[in-house]
Each structure stands twice: as structure tokens, then as C-alpha cells.
Design a protein around this ligand. Structure first.
Ligand code: GLN
Length: 482
């Protein structure tokens, strides 16, 4: 097996037995990146020299000692560019490490390279990046999903052993599904967002992309925990997320939310997910039908709350302190207007306008306040369902990767890409996407993702349920032909 195709855990075993060094791993990644990234377009930049110095000094006895990890361009790494794939932050260099980066470093990992995304994490295809296009490694004419499309593509293409992404409405799980890797969205508050460029602060979570479920648990071990610099991070004990891996599924109850098995899902996705459910039964899990009755409102509620929060969070990009400033403005107002008009892309502007509207006086009660009330109902749906089951099982995305350009003219159609992922962000519980098969579409073999949703703070159980399925199926071992 080529070195670049190893899982994080397999690579680590070789570091520890002395058959490979962290510098070998970096060499292999750099070679792989020069061979394929011209076509995939996942990386925005690499910090070769710093990574090599860190690899040379790495302590492989640490939990992630010597493992290079790619970072979504929305998470600050001191000395690296951090642009959120936006023109407005072009030229900006991070002045500090995000808490997740500090924690990765403490675990011995090496932040390596910046990966592409939809501008400010707004989108489902990575086509909203102002900087470059990223392709799906399984079919280079198709999108990798989004907004963390670069994070998913580089792991799927064996250009990274793991990466970090962020998930506000599905941006870890959906690209993981479309690229055929494992993507974990931790419980809201499990992982600090200090140093994450904020999109919608009541929804954003950082999480890992990996090749296997075990690797996901290992990276979460490093990320999780209370951070005094993020008041929304929860002061609850950090589990060993590998603790329950390998447990059997006797006595485990999984709920199929009936609202997630509807007309309009790609029949091949539906078939793959149903086969996965049968596999769970064969492994000893009990499957029951459950209902999340307010599911139909989730997308609408999300696009009110997320845009409202985004309009406030993005107010800080005004040309004064960060990134781009318009050339030769005649006065202060023109400086603001031109900086923002020239700096933000179309989708970001659309969200700022929507969010400003739903918060404006006279509309606040009708939209924002009402959306918050429905959000409570959505959260209660999950609380009730979790009284009966250990986790929910459903598709991650209603479809496989679509062709580049297919949706870019139709924002509403694009918003529907996240109908199965958004509710978990509104409710705050944890979720994971893992490969469960392939769909054959016009001569391409495209990955299908299975989504498992867990109770808040029950990542260890969620990962063990995911692991049991993964280990009994071949899907995670398949690699795209690049
Ligand atoms: N696709 C959704 C959006 O465009 C979710 C994005 C995300 O999770 N960051 O807002």
C-alpha cells in the first residue's frame, strides 16, 4: 500500500514501530499533492518549511504525534493565511492559533496546508469559493460538496490523513458523504470555536474528516473540551472516544426518522441507506421507526437564524482592521460600501441582506422570533426521539455529488442539499457521516453517505455504532482512481 493511502491510525503505528518517520509522511503527501491536486484543487496553500521543521522535531509517542492535518481556511493557524475563501480576507495572515489548532499541536499533530471551502462557509458545493474550484475526487466534473469541500476532497484523494472542517448546517457531514470519507460534527459546545471565523454562532461546530471511524475518534480526543476563551464550550468531562469502539450492537436501538425517507431522494441513495439499515439489523441492532414532526420547517428556520447571525458576524469586515480595503475611497462611507461590495461574493451578500431583513424592526417578531420558537420545537422532536433510541439513522444527503455548475444559478435548490443535516445543528446534537455504498451515475461511481445522529455529548456511543457498521462493510477501503 502507498504511504499516502494509510489511515491515520496505521500511519501512527508505523511511526511508533520506527518503520516510518513524520518526514516520510510529509514527503509522501507532498508527492501525492503534486501528482493530483492540480486536478482536485483542494489545497489553497502549503506551509512546507514549517511543517518539515515540526516533523523533524515530532514526538511520535504523543496521541497524534507527527501526523500532518489539513485545516479549513476558516480556522486560524498562526502565520498562515486565513481567508474564509473570500476576497475580503485576501492577504490576511493569522496572528494566533485557534484553540483546536493549539490542542492539535499539544497532541503532537502538524497543521499542514489550508484547504478550500465555500466563502465564509456559505454553500454546499465549494463553488462559492472566491479563490479556486475544488473537484470531487471520484468524478472531477462534479462538486465535492460543501462548505468544507476542500477538507473532504483532500482526505478522499489521499492528499491528507485527516483534516478539520466546520459544520453550521451540514458542512462536515454533506461533503464527507459526497466524497466518501468520515465526517463528524460534535455536539454544540463539545469543541471550542475560539479562532474559527464565525458564520452563525449558535450553530457552528468544528470537527474532523478522516478515512475511518477510529481515526475520527482519535482526532476528537484531541479537540474536545472546555475552553475559557469560548463561553459556549461546555465544562463536561472529555471522554476517550475510542473507548467503546469494537463493542457489539446487542441492545442498541436505532430510529429511522420517517421524515428522512421521502419521495425525491435519489433511489440509489435510498437503496444504499436501506441496505445499511439491514446490515445493522444483521449485526444485532434493533430498528424502529420514529418521527421528527417539525423536520419540514428546518431549512426555513435555518435560513432565518443562520443569515441573521451571519449578518451580525460579518459586520466586522469593513476595511478597517481586517484584510482588503477599497482603493482611494473619497470618504468613510464610500470606504465601507466599496470594501464590502468588492470584497464579498454574491452568496455572502445575499445572506447579509436576508439576515439584516429578518432582524429589522417590524420583521423581527414575524421572522427571527418565530424561527427561534420553531427551533425549540425541532429540538424537542429530537429529545423525544432519543427517549426511545440510542441514535437515528438516515441518509446524509438526498443525492450524490452533482455536476459543477448544475445548481449555481439556483440558490433555493442549493439550500435543499442540506435538508437532512440542518436539523441536527438547530438541535445541537452530534452527527456523523460515513460511506455506505456507491451510486452509478452516467458512468461514474459516486459515494453515498450514511448519517447517524446521536444524543448531545454521546459521541463515544455514536462512534462505536458507526464503527461496528464500517468494520463489517468494505466501503471505507475504496479509493478513487486518480
Ligand atoms: N450549506 C449550508 C449553508 O450554505 C450549510 C453550510 C455550513 O454548514 N457551513 O449555509
Amino acid at each position: 500500500m502507498d504511504l499516502h493511502s494509510l489511515s491515520l491510525s496505521a500511519l501512527q503505528a508505523q511511526f511508533r514501530s520506527g518503520t516510518l518517520t513524520p518526514l516520510d509522511a510529509l514527503d509522501a503527501l507532498e508527492k501525492r499533492i503534486s501528482a493530483v491536486d492540480g486536478r482536485v484543487g483542494g489545497y489553497l496553500s502549503l506551509n512546507r518549511d514549517r511543517a518539515r521543521a515540526e516533523a523533524a522535531a515530532a514526538d511520535v509517542s504523543l496521541p497524534l504525534g507527527g501526523i500532518p492535518i489539513a485545516i479549513k481556511d476558516v480556522i486560524n493557524v498562526q502565520g498562515d493565511p486565513c481567508t474564509a475563501a473570500s476576497r475580503i480576507l485576501q492577504g490576511y495572515t493569522a496572528t494566533y492559533d485557534a484553540t483546536v489548532v493549539r490542542k492539535l499541536r499539544a497532541a503532537g499533530a502538524i497543521p499542514f496546508g489550508r484547504v478550500n471551502m465555500d466563502e465564509f462557509a456559505m454553500g454546499s458545493s465549494t463553488e462559492n469559493s472566491a479563490l479556486q474550484r475544488t473537484a470531487n475526487p471520484w468524478d472531477l466534473n462534479r462538486i465535492p460538496g460543501g462548505s468544507s469541500g476542500g477538507s473532504a476532497a483532500v482526505v478522499a484523494a489521499d492528499e491528507a490523513f485527516a483534516s478539520l472542517g466546520s459544520d453550521t448546517g451540514g458542512s462536515i457531514r454533506q461533503p464527507a458523504a459526497l466524497c466518501g470519507c468520515v465526517g463528524l460534527k460534535p455536539t454544540y459546545g463539545r469543541v471550542s470555536r475560539f479562532g474559527l471565523i464565525a458564520f452563525a454562532s449558535s450553530l457552528d461546530q468544528i470537527g474532523p474528516f478522516t478515512k475511518t471511524v477510529e481515526d475520527s475518534a482519535r482526532v476528537l480526543n484531541a479537540l474536545a473540551g472546555k475552553d475559557p476563551q469560548d463561553s459556549t464550550s461546555l465544562d463536561l468531562p472529555v471522554d476517550d472516544y475510542t473507548r467503546l469502539l469494537g463493542r457489539d450492537l446487542k441492545g442498541v436501538k436505532l430510529g429511522m426518522p420517517k421524515e428522512y425517507f421521502i419521495d425525491g431522494i435519489d433511489p440509489q441513495v435510498d437503496a444504499a441507506v436501506r441496505a445499511a439499515i439491514r446490515q445493522y439489523e444483521a449485526l444485532g441492532a434493533e430498528i424502529v421507526e420514529v418521527s421528527l414532526p417539525h423536520t419540514e420547517y428546518a431549512v426555513a428556520v435555518y435560513y432565518i437564524i443562520a443569515t441573521a447571525e451571519a449578518s451580525a458576524n460579518l459586520a466586522r469586515y469593513d476595511g478597517v482592521r481586517f484584510g482588503k480595503r477599497a482603493d482611494d475611497p473619497r470618504n468613510l462611507l464610500e470606504m465601507y460600501v466599496r470594501t464590502r461590495s468588492e470584497g464579498f461574493g454574491e452568496e455572502v451578500k445575499r445572506r447579509i441582506i436576508l439576515g439584516t431583513y429578518v432582524l429589522s424592526s417590524g420583521y423581527y417578531d414575524a421572522y427571527y422570533l418565530r424561527a427561534q420558537k420553531v427551533r425549540t420545537l425541532i429540538r424537542q422532536d429530537f429529545t423525544k426521539a432519543f427517549e426511545k433510541v440510542d441514535a437515528l439513522i438516515c441518509p446524509t444527503s438526498p443525492e450524490v455529488a452533482f455536476k459543477i455548475g448544475d445548481r449555481s444559478g439556483d440558490p433555493l435548490k442549493m439550500y435543499l442539499a442540506d435538508i437532512f443535516t440542518i436539523a441536527a445543528n438547530l438541535a445541537g446534537n452530534c452527527g456523523i457521516s460515513l460511506p455506505c455504498g456507491f451510486a452509478n451515475v452516467e458512468g461514474s461511481r459516486l459515494p453515498v453517505g450514511l448519517q447517524l445522529l446521536g444524543k448531545p455529548m454521546e459521541e463515544a456511543k455514536l462512534l462505536s455504532i458507526a464503527h461496528a457498521y464500517e468494520q463489517s462493510t468494505p466501503w471505507h477501503k475504496e479509493r478513487p482512481a486518480l
